[in-house]
Design a protein around this ligand. Structure first.
Ligand SMILES: NC(=O)c1ccc[n+]([C@@H]2O[C@H](COP(=O)([O-])OP(=O)(O)OC[C@H]3O[C@@H](n4cnc5c(N)ncnc54)[C@H](OP(=O)(O)O)[C@@H]3O)[C@@H](O)[C@H]2O)c1
Length: 274
């Protein structure tokens, strides 16, 4: 989808972090942008910040809702569609991570992450799709992760939800084929956001060792990379060299990737032990 001028774009998890930068990249393309997140104070701050950058006649608005609350998200998306009017692009970006050792993570944490990362995207897509299908051209995108391509140490709550998003995107792509809906998946590397900062304080050292081999990217850089891929109609958008390498190698030689991961984890454990 190349021309975003005047298009109505919904970004879940758009109040800070990567979502806010994705929202900004749509604002810069001349779109009307609607942010969804839970905390109304942070949402208002993002709306104010992005409003100062909108093009003439365009708008940014915030709608407080939790993506895991089906009724709330349907209400928010219906309100946006009424306001738009209509919706052209849905960016499913809201996501959380609860890292740790599988054996130690309470079962409720798995439920929370599934409800937010996977069912949150299902809820938002279910609510928005009827509006997207009314357009000649529309788009849905999912923020997954490289951890959706390969199960990563310490991410037992998270990796499966990100893999599920890739699979969901594949199904929606094929089911909406011929109906003008562009479907894409963004797999960011470690990206400098409030979410990553909090996660780094609590994640196992083995997880840091595995992630440490990739450069942390500024969120604005990831958003710019996403926008290039989105405008080029790419399905899978991966922004960094290590990410592309992991993606390709895991397809071609998964045992080699396992070997590398195992060796990195073993080294981190030796360091932890000493
Ligand atoms: N940062 C990375 O290194 C990285 C790498 C790969 C993939 N990702 C993915 O990129 C996305 C954004 O990550 P981030 O690092 O930018 O996270 P972040 O800094 O924690 O920002 C998360 C955003 O999502 C919103 N949010 C969280 N839970 C929500 C819910 N239940 N309902 C509605 N909004 C919710 C937050 O606002 P409220 O808290 O106010 O709701 C905030 O706007 C996530 O899907 C994440 O998995 C991130």
């Amino acid at each position: 989808m190349r021309d975003l001028d005047g298009k109505n774009v919904v970004v879940t998890g758009g109040s800070y972090g990567l979502g806010k930068e994705l929202a900004r990249s749509f604002v810069q393309e001349g779109a009307n942008v609607y942010l969804i997140a839970r905390d109304p104070v942070k949402l208002d701050a993002a709306v104010q910040e992005l409003t100062s950058q909108v093009q003439r006649g365009r708008r940014v608005k915030g709608f407080a809702a939790d993506v895991s609350d089906r009724e709330a998200i349907f209400r928010a998306i219906e309100a946006i569609a009424l306001e738009g009017p209509g919706i052209d692009v849905l960016v499913n970006n809201a996501g959380i991570v609860i890292p740790g050792y599988f054996e130690k993570i309470p079962i409720e944490a798995f439920e929370t992450v599934v409800r937010t990362n996977y069912l949150g995207a299902v809820n938002s897509t279910k609510a928005a799709l009827p509006y997207l299908l009314k357009r000649q051209r529309s788009a849905i995108t999912f923020t997954s992760s490289l951890a959706g391509h390969k199960g990563i140490f310490g991410y037992s709550t998270y990796s499966p939800t990100k893999a599920a998003l890739i699979s969901l995107a594949e199904v929606i792509r094929v089911e909406t084929r011929g109906k003008g809906v562009q479907v894409s998946v963004l797999c960011p590397p470690d990206t400098d956001t409030p979410g990553l900062k909090s996660e780094k304080k609590v994640r196992p050292p083995e997880t840091s060792a595995v992630s440490g081999s990739a450069r942390e990217m500024p969120a604005a850089e990831v958003a710019a990379c996403f926008m290039r891929g989105f405008k080029a109609g790419k399905f899978m958008v991966i922004c960094d060299f290590m990410g592309r390498l992991l993606y390709r190698m895991n397809g071609l030689a998964p045992r080699l990737v396992d070997f590398y991961m195992d060796a990195t984890v073993a080294l981190a454990r030796r360091k932890k032990g000493s």
